[in-house]
Design a protein around this ligand. Sequence first.
Ligand code: UT7
Length: 322
Amino acid sequence: MIRSVITGTGSALPAHRVSNAELAKRVDTSDDWIVERTGIRFRHIASPDETTGTLATDASRAALAAAGIEAQAIDLIVLATATPDQTFPATATKVQAALGIDDCVAFDVAAVCSGFLYAVQVADSMLRSGAAKRALVIGAETFSRLLDWEDRTTCVLFGDGAGAIVLEAQDSADDGGRGILASKLHADGRHNELLYVDGGPSTTGTVGKLRMKGREVFRHAVVNLAAVMEESLGLAGLTSADVDWVVPHQANARILDATARKLGLPAEKVVMTVDRHANTSAASVPLALDAAVRDGRIKAGHVIVLEAMGGGFTWGAAVVRF
Ligand code: UT7
């Protein structure tokens, strides 16, 4: 049986880090409010020469080095983003060119904060079908470019960054049962007006700004995330008692706590990076994964659950034996 195994992780953050106190000089907010309501203390903000494509390329280089393979060995790049460098072509092709890969399949996936989960399922399906052997799966965003810097209800919540994994097709007989064990995705397009960007090439002809009814998104997030985690664990034939680590989308520390509580998981098993990265949309899960792999918390053989929910709404989870 062929399984998709994570053989390397990497991430990249813009050099410029912004504290809550610095934001409080621009909008009517405070460090206390942001920390208490969200858990966020810092976010990284891209400079004009840092783009979704450059961050994705840096994260990919780190993931390739961790996997111990050359870029030329990659035959598939799936990049999740809502903030591409250009409306077209896909930012994945910019990463391909920057890495010097002569020929591969390369495309973007748009599912906002759930984008990395969507990209993982697409890449996993292509690897298991034999369409590709070694994939780079990337979540990369420059959400700072979409923010209304006068809207305190949104501009304090987001940051920029990128995370990447190398996913390789391996025979499960050789790898001790490692790999993606199950994944489940959902979408419910009725909730567009709760989280969206008020522009686009086919409507206003502008890039637009992010708009969110945060309290309502929060309510849906906890319910949907707990349900899809249980669903994907069930598909893998596991329960929450088998989980070593949850690697969630980092939107709000209170969402992470509430979701873990609903599943009866102790907070110590939840990887939390929202304090230092804020919400980086599609980048947040692979950024958190890379942090926990590099600091030694996540080890080979651990059962991890990746999960995310975002605009659309879209949401999903994946169960992986690392
Ligand atoms: O990644 C995609 C998924 N996104 C999410 O999961 C986000 C989900 N939502 C959230 O994380 C939270 O709802 C927020 C962090 C966005 C907001 O927290 P909340 O506890 O739901 O606050 P609220 O929106 O109910 O606002 C409470 C008060 C309001 O004042 P009034 O109306 O009670 O006087 C806001 O105007 O806090 C005020 N407020 C702020 N005050 C200081 C809103 N933003 C700020 C701010 N600084 N930045």
